[in-house]
Design a protein. Sequence first.
Length: 310
Amino acid sequence: MEGKPVCSHCSGQAVYLDRESGTHLCSRHLKESVESRVLSRLMQEEPLPEIIGVAFSGGKDSTALLAALVVLKEKIPSRLIALTVDEGIGGYREETIRHAKDVCSRLNVEHRIITFPDLFGLSLDDFMKSSSRKACTICGILRRRALEVLAQQEGVRLLATGHNQDDHAQTTLMNAFSADIKKVFAGSGRTSQFARRIKPFASVSEREVTLYAILSDLFMDLPECPYAGDALRGEVRRLLNRFEQEHPGSMRNLAHAEEEIRSRLKNKVKLQPLENCKVCGWPGSGEICQVCTVLKEQKEYKNNSSTGQD
């Protein structure tokens, strides 16, 4: 009977197999590998600002990212602050917020929370009672604004998100489906007062992220968002997971392909400059920003409902 696989770099018991390269990693080398790639991404942003904000939902990705950044603290001259948006999703968000608070306390990281009702007067559950849009569309638009507001309040100029390599690959495919090349450059190449965004886990697979959280003793099996089933991303995730199983390395190659496209076309694709929204004054991509559009739709729906109109 064959023994358990050992690490390709030492004699320790392997906890992870890179199916594309055939490399086995023990817990120590898996964590060092993840941390090395996170640090490499951060160093691309030199000089690092005084404060790095971490978009912190309390889920496995953002938890693993915060843990990795804390480990790398001696190599990073920046102060860390966790920024959490509470969208107001009953029966789901309460547990993840509790976990987020517990993780920040254990890691001794400052923690700030902003809620949808604080900023928009309604929770996501309330929005969904009076909107024909999909929940993930509304949530994405409002959550981004909430993070921008919170980052601005805390003086954050660099915002790290927990998007991993699998997320990156899914987005690449979704952008291809939309046939809009400019989406590859969304959020880049524009000047505003907002924090720059960085994805330190962009070259780290979801499996590695999950293992990192488990090995850091910070993983918690949390419920899935009840609205997630309606998202296109869910379909793309299932498709890519099946493809990765049959063709190891597909996720990595797809994520890398978008980075290559962005690198080669960055000086050829012109983005429209941001302009201030005529309603709220916040910089956006049109005369009326997406947030104000969502709020207007919600108000009109409510008014029509109260007068008995369809």
